[in-house]
Design a protein around this ligand. Structure first.
Ligand code: SF4
Length: 79
């Protein structure tokens, strides 16, 4: 099953944890807010199997649940 990811930047508290745990998948801007970098936080490119393993580290530990995942691509109006 494909997996797509996106950070809800409204829910991100800029703790930096996801970037520490999965630096190949997450980065943050000047305000510290995170984004999912492989597809510029659009949530439209499925994770590879290797990415999914790393992704899980960050997804399960984000303190606010700001990292979202789903089996279908995100639409542009989703957080
Ligand atoms: S772990 Fe969650 S709250 Fe912390 S920077 Fe990443 S997305 Fe934001």
């Amino acid at each position: 099953m494909p997996l797509y990811a996106k950070v809800d930047r409204e829910a991100c508290i800029a703790c930096g944890l996801c970037q520490m745990l999965a630096p190949t998948l997450f980065d943050y801007d000047a305000d510290g807010l995170a984004s999912y970098t492989p597809d510029h936080n659009t949530g439209t490119t499925p994770l590879t199997g290797a990415q999914a393993i790393v992704f899980r580290r960050a997804y399960t530990r984000c303190p606010t649940g700001a990292i979202h995942r789903q089996a279908a691509p995100f639409s542009s109006d989703e957080p």
